[in-house]
Design a protein around this ligand. Sequence first.
Ligand code: ATP
Length: 197
Amino acid sequence: MAMLEIRDLNVYYGGIHALKGISLEVEEGQIVSMIGSNGAGKSSMMNAISGIVKYKSGEILYKGQPLPTAANKVVRLGVCQVPEGRLIFANLTVYENLKVGAYLRSDKDGIERDLKRVYEIFPRLEERKNQAAGTLSGGEQQMLAMGRALMSKPRILLLDEPSMGLSPLFVGEIFKIIEDVSKAGTTVLLVEQNAKK
Ligand code: ATP
């Protein structure tokens, strides 16, 4: 059984048919990438999975069961999105942003362990933990957005254009980290314009 299955999903914004009958399957442990140009509907698909955008028809199944359409329930099940443009909290520190990622958790020890792990994956975040997140570089903000998502202890990570706006060096680093996160047991669905990567 697929971990995540999307069947014939359609999203409309008023009269605009933004996502046109997408179907895909993500097996546990896989990294599945969807490639599409500007306006193809990639973010609409991710936001529909996350419960941020309502879909008009189709199905989203998580481990064979319909995925709830309320965002907080989706996160509780372990489906967590790193949004396009990162959407970090600019006025909070790096550490505070990471703590926000664990908002729905109450296992203090587990949260501490995962914070350590995030700092191991992204040493740069530990160096800058007391810095306001808005002062980070683009690449560092992408790291923070991924770190924040990892703090929710996701079973599947949804990455919306992680390479957007990053220098080639950072793009390489981010994709290497995506592989590492996958190897450590998190399933990944990612959408990109960067087809080569
Ligand atoms: P990009 O790579 O440029 O981010 P995308 O593939 O992620 O594009 P979406 O952001 O899903 O594409 O947008 C798909 C289509 O839906 C576009 O034509 C966009 O203009 C339109 N759209 C997206 N959000 C809205 C909205 N809130 N209201 C109206 N139209 C929207």
